[in-house]
Design a protein around this ligand. Structure first.
Ligand code: F6R
Length: 612
């Protein structure tokens, strides 16, 4: 979390830094700040809230500085206050620093600099760095960073500048927070993620873990901290799907991304079916190795885990491999037992989630094989795995994941089919049949999005229940992870408490929550558990609660069990999750809009979670 950008070149850079920050805002929007560096002095502006507030705060700075850097913050150490907003500047005004990550030994570092007489102006971990720099500087900024780096524990990517060297930015990385360099003609960018500068250049180089980068307008040096050796990194072309996004006429990114799902699903499937046969390039394991797998563990966080939970059912169904799924932050502290026959599937749209990365690393150390499933080419999870499979959803800006979820579920479906095909647990003809139905999904999602009567019905439901104090979501089998996802969407953007439960488990506790003011959302699509969920809905109705059911079109009995029915098109039960989640995304969206909330930037959240 937190987004950082730096620029050094020939152009006045205030606008470049601000617009870069706007494209990084999804990483955190508690506050934002920038510095513009001129020979002998620097200008700083900071503001609480989104980057547009920083834009206002910086309006009075008329500097034509051609070196600058900015930060958008997701608060970890220190409250959301201007004094805790990066960049931090040394008392003599010569040095400025900003960071994405954490100095784990910050208590010790802060105490140390305070003892030596520095006045700490913030509660952050980052500020100690600027005082250490000011103390240790002997005329060479990069060398100063080299000497300080071993003192810093944790995981970070930081940038520093000094007004004595107004031609360079020095950056450093430890562990997973990313740092990417953009190479333009006579100008260089440094950022957490390429979209920050993609409108200016597509030529990128990745700063590796344990490196210091020294960036000037015409040259970039990468040095390994351990031995100060020069490192070569190829210049690559940034992934086109990361094209800086615009709302394209939609009122929010989330709504736009909900509508991009047919394309995201289509693109995720397209390249992988050849004449009815599946090919998963990049999987990183031979067919022989896949045949030897006797256990699968799926790890991820939040929405990514929910797609893994769908995958769990499908892998068991088609590939007949024992599969479990767990929250990465919990699993990493379990004493998991592995061998080379265990396959770990690590799912992360951003490819940066700290807990998912840690879980992967532990799994590999213990001998498991790991495949990453991510939306970002070359991201940390992709690099940390034996193989990487990519969803093709394009850049997702809305903090609540939508199109990346349906793309992940699609990819998990393909992977489950592939495992089954390779292991011979599903007949080739059946794979081809399912493939044919899979290819219909984008059209069916489009049908849901185009269904004006469904939309009107969702409006009625949103009007009726937007001010209720609690929603319960109930599902069984493949409907359960979809309920978990629907409940997460609603709570994260509307701030209404929600719970998602296995419908059969309801009578063991949550039934006590039901009353005449409780909306209960159920995924009750046609499947072998439909009758079971129908009787659970009767138990709900007997308590006076209001049932909103997602059901398969043509189902004539569902009206007996629900007050509101959201019909979705028919497909085989294994593929229903991709369709069933769409009305739940739209319902969450409509409720949040009615409550006057910012759906793209829900409070306290960030799109990438690079801290534990
Ligand atoms: C919810 C949401 C989060 C993410 C989670 C993992 O809408 O987006 O729950 O799914 O933070 O993020 P990734 O997939 O980037 O690892």
């Amino acid at each position: 979390m937190c987004g950082i950008i730096g620029y050094v070149g020939a152009r006045p850079c205030k606008e470049l830094v601000l617009s870069g920050l706007e494209h990084l805002e999804y990483r955190g929007y508690d506050s934002a700040g920038l510095v513009l560096v001129e020979p002998g002095h620097l200008h700083r502006a900071r503001a609480l809230g989104p980057v547009k507030h920083l834009r206002e705060a910086a309006a009075g700075i008329s500097s034509t500085a051609t070196l600058g850097m900015g930060h958008t913050r997701w608060a970890t150490h220190g409250g959301v206050e201007e004094r805790n907003t990066h960049p931090f500047v040394s008392a003599d005004g010569r040095f400025a620093v900003l960071m994405n990550g954490i100095f784990e030994n910050y208590v010790e570092l802060r105490a140390e600099v305070a003892e030596r007489g520095h006045v700490l102006t913030s509660d952050t971990d980052t500020e100690a760095l600027v005082h250490l720099l000011a103390e240790a500087y002997e005329g060479d900024l990069a060398d100063t960073v080299r000497r300080i780096y071993p003192r810093l524990e944790g995981h970070f990517a930081f940038l520093v500048v000094c007004t004595d060297e107004p031609d360079r930015i020095v950056g450093a990385r430890l562990a997973w927070p990313p740092l990417v360099v953009g190479r333009g003609a006579g100008e260089t960018f440094l950022a957490s993620f390429t979209p920050a500068f993609l409108s200016e250049t597509r030529a990128i180089q990745l700063v590796a873990e344990g490196e210091i980068v020294i960036a000037t307008a015409d040259d970039v040096e990468f040095r390994r901290v351990a031995d100060w050796s020069l490192q070569e990194h190829p210049i690559e072309q940034a992934d086109e799907s990361l094209e800086v996004a615009a709302k394209g006429g939609y009122e929010s990114f989330m709504l736009k991304e909900i509508h991009e799902q047919p394309t995201a699903i289509d693109d995720t499937i397209a390249e992988r079916f050849h004449n009815g046969r599946l090919q998963l390039d990049g999987i990183g394991l031979t067919d022989e190795e896949l045949r030897s797998i006797n256990r699968v563990l799926v790890v991820g966080c939040g929405t990514a885990l929910h797609s893994g939970l769908v995958g769990r059912y499908l892998i068991e169904e088609w590939a007949q491999i024992a599969t479990e799924a767990d929250v990465a932050s919990e699993w990493r502290y379990r004493n998991g037992v592995f061998d080379p026959k265990t396959l770990v599937l690590a799912i992360s749209q951003s490819g940066e989630t700290a807990d998912t990365l840690a879980a992967m690393q532990i799994a590999r150390q213990r001998g498991a094989r790991v495949i990453a499933i991510t939306n970002i080419m070359g991201s940390a999870v992709a690099r940390a795995a034996d193989g990487a499979l990519y969803t093709r959803a394009g850049l997702e800006i809305g903090v609540a994941a939508t199109k990346t979820f349906t793309a992940q579920v699609t990819l998990m479906t393909l992977l489950a089919l592939h495992l089954g095909a390779v292991r011979g647990t599903i007949a080739p003809a059946e794979v081809a049949r399912i493939g044919d139905e899979l290819r219909l999904l984008p059209g069916l999602v489009q049908q849901i999005l185009d269904d004006t009567s469904l939309d009107a019905q969702l409006d009625v439901i949103a009007d009726r229940f937007a001010h209720d104090r609690f929603f319960l979501f109930l599902g069984r089998h493949l409907g359960l992870p979809i309920c978990q996802e629907g409940a997460l969407k609603l709570k994260e953007i509307s701030y209404i408490p929600t719970d998602a439960y296995a419908a059969g488990e309801m009578k063991h506790g949550p039934i006590a929550l039901l009353g005449e003011d409780t909306p209960v959302v159920a995924v009750a699509t046609d499947s072998h558990v439909f009758e079971k969920i129908a009787s659970n809905l009767e138990e709900v109705r007997a308590r006076g609660a209001h049932v909103i059911a997602v059901a398969t079109e043509g189902n004539t009995v569902i009206h007996h069990h629900a007050e509101h029915v959201l019909f979705i098109p028919r497909t085989r039960p294994e593929l229903q999750p991709v369709l069933a989640v769409v009305p739940l995304q739209i319902l969450a969206y409509k409720i949040a809009v009615r409550l006057g909330l910012d759906v793209d930037r829900p409070r306290n959240l960030a799109k990438t979670v690079t801290v534990e």
